[in-house]
Design a binder for this molecule. Sequence first.
Ligand SMILES: Cc1cc2nc3c(=O)[nH]c(=O)nc-3n(C[C@H](O)[C@H](O)[C@H](O)COP(=O)(O)O)c2cc1C
Length: 330
Amino acid sequence: MNVAGSTEEEKAARLLLDAVVWAPSVHNTQPWWFGTHGSTVTVHADTDRRLEIADPDGREMLISCGAALYTLRLAVRHLGRHPHVQLSSDPDRPGLIADVAIGRPGQPTGEEERMYDQIRRRRTHRGGFRPEGLPAGLLESLKAQAHDEAVMLRVVADPRARIALAALTEVGEQTHRQNPAYLAEMARWAPRPGSDRADGVHADTYPRDPEHTDPYFAERDFARGQGWGLLGDDQQDATGVVALLTTAADGRGDWLRAGQALQRILLRAADNDVSAAFHTQALEVPELREFIRRRHCDDAYPQMIVRLGFADSEIPGVRRSPADLSRPEP
Ligand SMILES: Cc1cc2nc3c(=O)[nH]c(=O)nc-3n(C[C@H](O)[C@H](O)[C@H](O)COP(=O)(O)O)c2cc1C
């Protein structure tokens, strides 16, 4: 592809951002904006969209930006180029994350193309799964995706550990529900049904009544007692595979790595029609996160708790438009 002329460059940048905005983010905050300079795209964290109460250190914000960064890398591969990523660590510009330039030519692999095709299709599932197990070899492949980003995907196979993590998730959720500041923050990001907002968690993306799995991983209370959410029809009641994403350390770079690994896993799973549910409440309560780190992660740092399985539902998705999110980079 020729990206030399400015219109070609702009076209390439637009194509990239059309994909990137579909990355997952905590509460669909979409805490990012993008600078463009020729065909280089700069990823910035939008710190006004950080969850002040649930995410004071910006850990989940940077996991979300990491997911966007991997999506950008994959979109560059789709263009038949290699991404050239330069991570930024300018203390004067803490929101600056990375420059991603369109590098040397190179055909995308079949796997990369299939994962690219999942970027818009992938959705967060909230509820139980169908009872069947995951396709043979998929978990190994997901672990390898995480490993490539220096992140570990730990499958929680011991039934007692699954029960313990479910119980810790419940404690995290109930701790949040006792905190008025948390509830106010949730209200900002969970709009009422029929809202035309292009961000936040909408009522057509979660069930009205939780689908009770055994063990049960508490859902976030997006409806806050208002009775919002979808009425379920046929209940799917398997918990699915429970897994933790962990990193060896716990700094900004680790959070970005965790986000990139997360999106790789989600897209690779989606290519097999496998969906993911997230339960990160306990990791937002420092004492619970520390307990999970010591008891369930061999002292590695837990970044995400996920369940994986087959779901029947088609979930809609909303995003802000790429045009609203891009600004010329000086
Ligand atoms: C760091 C992070 C934490 C998340 N935590 C939760 C969670 O605890 N519960 C939940 O239902 N979804 C969680 N999500 C999923 C987001 O709500 C979801 O990505 C967002 O609403 C966009 O929807 P989509 O993934 O279907 O495109 C999390 C996502 C990220 C990136």
